[in-house]
Design a protein. Sequence first.
Length: 166
Amino acid sequence: MHEDSEFTSLVAQLAKLCEARELQVVTAESCTGGWIAKVLTDRAGSSAWFERGFVTYSNTAKQDMLGVDAALLDDPGAVSREVAEAMARGALARADADLAVAVSGIAGPDGGSEDKPVGTVWFAWACGAELRSACECFEGDREAVRRATVKLALQGLVYSAGNGRE
């Protein structure tokens, strides 16, 4: 598939940057259920730069595995800038890694609201002291939302790795 070749290309770029800069990557995933880590580890030799992945689908997992504050999960909620950023910071704090990506969203087909419709995904990328976040609302079915999420997560990792450590 075209998207899969895009994933392969993005992971190749990330691998090259991580190896050159001696960066270790960690993922913190909710709506993608480990898909980002799967794509990263599809590349032979990824153990040189991929440290681990956290699949924190439930709010309890976000708290237990990443240290996300329960109050944030109540308000503004799991699908928010604050939670995505807390997930990324928590992943870096709990792994021997330099670069983290976190995603939390509503892949559908149900679960959306007027404020957070199906397709809403919050992203956070952390590298050293740098923390960036973004929100996207993707179109399509559950598969399309998750696939688009993986792609943007990879693009953000490449960008962060390209800017090096703080």
